[in-house]
Design a protein around this ligand. Sequence first.
Ligand code: AMP
Ligand code: ZN
Length: 665
Amino acid sequence: MDKIKQKIQELRDLINQHNHYYYDLDKNIISDIEYDELLIELVRLENNYPQFKDENSPTNRVGGGLSEKFDSESHVYPMYSLDNTYSSEELEAWYNRVVKNIGITDFEFCCELKYDGASVNLLYDEGKLVRGLTRGDGSNGDNITKNLKTISSIPIKLKESFKKNKFEIRGEIIIHLDSFAQLNKKRKDNGEQPFMNPRNTASGSIKMLDSNEVARRPLECFLYSIVSDDIAIEDHSELLNVAREMGFNVPNYERVVNSIQGVKEYIKYWEINRKTLPFEIDGVVIKINKIDYQNQLGFTSKFPRWAISYKYKAENLATRLKSISFNVGRTGAITPVANLEPVLISGSTVKRASLHSYDQMLKLKLRVNDFVLVEKGGEIIPKITGIDEERRGSSEDEIIFPEICPECNSKLEKLESEANYFCTNYIDCRPQAIGRIQHFVSRKAMNIDGLGDETIRLFYDLGFLRDIADIYNLNYDEISKIEGYGEKSAKNLKKGIEESKLNSFQKVLFGIGIRYVGESASKKIIKHVDSIDKLAHMDIESLSSIDEIGDKTAKSIVDFFSDINNIQIINKLKSFGLNFYQKDNDNHSAKLNGKIFVISGVFESHSRDEIKNIIELNGGKVSSSVSKKTNYLVAGNNIGPSKLNTANELGVSIINEVNLIDLIS
Ligand code: AMP
Ligand code: ZN
């Protein structure tokens, strides 16, 4: 009986811990399936042993609802992130690029605060809030409409006069500092853990499953941009005013200035005065005010060229270094991680910081008990930037880099070109082997649900999984016997694994984890090399002649294929039916060479990214606005009238997705 009680307590602790990570820290440490498994097991035990029921159990908190995922939907217009600058030199470099691009110096900037919260994208049509998505990966976000409807500063219906417009409006969900303090006071009074900071609480709150709980959080929505083909307005600052008229909450801090000097003054002013604001910002955003110029400048693959953020230097604090652990990553790189005396920086407690590399550690000559300067910048993991020379530990305690791998005791190796030492035991070093499997099943590679990080670790330790080929040779009878696993999850796992065999050559190539062959390199490679066998026989010279493949990557590819173990794994994967050649139907062609396309609207059978891919794989180019040079406008549903009109005026052919496929087949 005691055992059962203990098991129940363990499960409660574990689930509470994951709830804390998920809701408060906005971190997903285990997959939803794994989380549900824990919860199901706890519900089952609590039902079978009612004597151990407890109203504080996490099974009561989530209202019995298991974590059903939010639906992922595509944004009508992609949500880009912002390029960051930290200095006036970087700012000027951006300004010079803009001037060069649009060819004049006489234009306006709209300077705004960069609200520190969670971004959302609201779609309105015929005066009604249709849906609200998180930013997600920029193309697709989670549909959290239900939760957003609980936020009073998000209008559900607009005034009559705005009924005709269809638009996306982007904003940031934030919590005011005083509301945050009140919320935490209430939590403390109730014996609950206080939240870390407003930003994480806001982003955790909008992703909660229980909308009633969301309604109790003091969330607000600040709006900062409208995207629409429907609203003809010339300046961004005017759009902000329209948003205000519509009833949105657009804070009044923006300033329109007409010189880079004016921009710098705005930056300086808020650097000094940001502490007086009733909410948190992490910088300011500078946008080119005229929409026409914005369109001319367009986007890189990640950022608009017409906007940039200026981030304020992070707070920098000294704390005592307790020890250094040496982590072994997927590639075998050994990275030093500092364990610190906990310190509160920008609202959150920091206990660990990264040192990035051996080289950096050497430079700092760290000793135990040193006071190190810790900075929390844009990155999630804080970093050590220096030492307080006045307060050093004793010289005997200088931290020495290990000579052998802390995980497998193998020899370490450092190449001149690298900042890190690497464990040479490629095959059997546990974190490397596990990391390769985790990478292989990850979303952008084989995307196998049901094989979360924890499960992979467990299967590795049980000897079920040693390399990526073992994934296709699992014994599901054995798996269903693992405690807490069950037949159903074994079945789901099998289904996910079988389905993954249909993935394209590109996904497989990315998944097998050749060093430096990331997602983008793998896409480039398949354009030139249509099978793994051809790739395996190429030399450094021919590999480096491929676009974007440098010497380092080329050498890494050659090294990979000269290792007999890799060849054996690939042969096994082939025998399981994975795709190692580029099939004709997803092949590239030159059919669209020299043709320029503009994509607009929402499509039925493809995402906008897929349409773009199809065009590019077949030699076409995609641009963001319709001009005389455009050959085709690929029009989906809900396409805005202005693009259609321009295309009609200029005599650009307007085609749909079916016509596009016809063009290349
Ligand atoms: P980053 O997350 O660093 O790529 O910065 C982009 C994010 O900044 C956007 O997704 C918004 O959520 C956020 N943001 C906050 N305030 C603004 C603003 N005034 N204009 C544009 N983006 C903003
Ligand atoms: Zn090792």
